[in-house]
Ligand binder design. Structure first.
Ligand code: UD1
Ligand code: CA
Length: 456
């Protein structure tokens, strides 16, 4: 029979070292709270029973940890008395009776399914406690794993470690699996006689051994266990996350000329044969289909770029931008809440907002949809194969029919029917021979000013 499992996520820590008014686990990595990444890892390891230990921002933290794939019960840790004390806040859940109890930290967002599975495998092999460790060049701040003859003997917190123990580079990753039938008895034995006066979960190792039980450490990649305690570590975790995701995307068939300059969101979906030029930022909710090219220095958020479309350089796609197959949105263009039809071109210096542009239409340079009257937003509807001349203002609500032509420089305030030509500008006047006369007048004015200055 498959072993049952309860995961306990500890997320009640203060943000003292983050120096933030917001709870640490709500700080975003790749645009979403770090705790959501932890929950995702649990789900991908097929763990669905989750006890969440929260402190301040309890409601927001619970919301960030709630997904369709897991059943989350929140427990409030009123005082912050250490990691063992935090685990015991979920006493009721542990008492529910599980084969495996898995403790994970809300501040290690790079964790994946593999070490979670490894920890559970260690329990299935007959150990009472399994700790996931990692080797690091800089063990500062981490608990050190003391291993003898294949057994984990103790975990020594940095503050409590001797000089000799401090030189150990094998560290506690904060992920611990405990025999679920013994967990409460073991946890209740933990005291707080240490440098911080806290109830350390890590003391479980020595306790289980003193009772004749077995603890082991299993090594996992350092990257997955990197914890976040400061903003500097948050930026480091972001960097690691970005590197990992770029790599996955490139292996799945996405080309990146300078991957280190592309910034992805947790949910950025890029199909095979998408090409990304340097310096591109993805906000949340972007989907790019096969064969599309995103040119340099573009910013995309909440946008759908369909097959073969091109974006940028220097384009901004805002939420609701939907670019049809083989359409083009070029340099210094902004598109918001607008559909650009298949093959349509919006190539230069244009704002298309709250609009619909039909297939094959051409929107000239400098065209602006005037969608906002200061109070309400209005829609601009442009049909298929229409042509809007450069530097036109389309004052919404307004519609331009299929095949219609708008003369450049027009301010369009009335609907233009299909196949009509609309001029919305002052007529040009031409005065033959007038230029030399004007120029003479300007020269005379300039000379007069110069005389006045030298007379002062
Ligand atoms: C902890 C481990 C250390 C390990 C490191 C890995 C202990 C005693 N130490 O140290 O061995 O190397 O993580 O990152 O376990 N929390 C609560 N309530 C509390 C205290 C903590 O919910 O009362 C939560 C925090 O929100 C955090 C996690 O537990 O998510 C770890 O706490 P933190 O204070 O960051 O522990 P470290 O000092 O990093
Ligand atoms: Ca930590």
């Amino acid at each position: 029979m498959e072993r049952t499992c309860l995961a306990i996520i500890l997320a009640a820590g203060e943000s003292t070292r983050m120096k933030s008014a917001t709870s640490k686990v709500l700080h975003p990595v790749a645009g979403r709270p770090m705790i959501s990444h932890v929950v995702d890892a649990l789900a991908s390891a097929s763990i669905s029973d989750v006890a969440l230990v929260v402190g301040r921002d309890a409601d927001a933290v619970s919301a960030a940890a709630t997904t369709d794939e897991v059943a989350v019960t929140s427990f409030l840790q009123k005082e912050r008395l250490g990691t063992a004390h935090a685990v015991l806040a979920a006493r009721e859940a542990i008492a529910g009776g599980y084969d495996d109890v898995l403790v994970v930290f809300g501040d290690t967002p790079l964790i994946t399914a593999a070490p979670l599975k490894a920890a559970r495998d260690g329990l299935a092999a007959g150990n009472d406690v399994v700790v996931i460790g990692f080797q690091t060049a800089d063990p500062t701040g981490y608990g050190r794993l003391i291993v003898k003859d294949g057994a984990l003997v103790a975990i020594r917190e940095h503050r409590d470690a001797s000089a000799e123990e401090l030189s150990i580079t094998y560290c506690n990753g904060g992920l611990m699996a405990i025999d679920g039938r013994k967990a409460l008895d073991l946890l209740d034995r933990i005291g707080n006689a240490n440098a911080k006066g806290e109830y350390y979960l890590t003391d479980l190792v020595e306790i289980v051994r003193s009772l004749g039980g077995r603890a082991i450490a299993v090594e996992a990649p350092e990257e997955e266990l990197t914890g976040c305690n400061t903003r500097a570590e948050l930026a480091y975790i972001e960097r690691l996350w970005q590197q990992r995701r770029r790599h996955e995307l490139m292996l799945s068939g996405v080309s990146m000329i300078a991957p280190e300059t592309v910034f992805l969101s947790w949910d950025t979906a890029l199909a095979q044969d998408v090409l990304l030029e340097p310096n591109i930022v993805f906000g949340p909710g972007v989907r790019v289909e096969s064969g599309a090219v995103i040119h340099a220095f573009s910013h995309l958020e909440g946008a759908h770029v369909r097959a073969g479309a091109t974006v940028g350089p220097f384009a901004r796609l805002r939420p609701g931008a939907d670019l049809g197959a083989k359409s083009k949105v070029g340099n210094f263009c902004e598109v918001k809440n607008a559909e650009i039809g298949a093959g349509a071109k919006v190539n230069h210096l244009t704002y298309i907002g709250d609009a619909f542009v039909g297939a094959g239409s051409n929107i000239g340079a400098g065209t602006i949809t005037c969608n906002y009257d200061g109070v309400n937003k209005h829609v601009t509807h442009i049909g298929a194969n229409a042509f809007v001349g450069s530097n036109s203002s389309l004052v919404a609500p307004v519609s331009i029919g299929d095949g219609a032509l708008v003369a450049s420089g027009s301010v369009v305030t009335e609907d233009v029917p299909a196949d009509a030509v609309a001029f919305g500008r002052a007529r040009q006047e031409v005065k033959p021979g007038r230029a030399p006369i004007l120029r003479e007048r300007y020269e005379a004015e300039k000379a007069a000013r110069k005389r006045a200055r030298s007379a002062e």
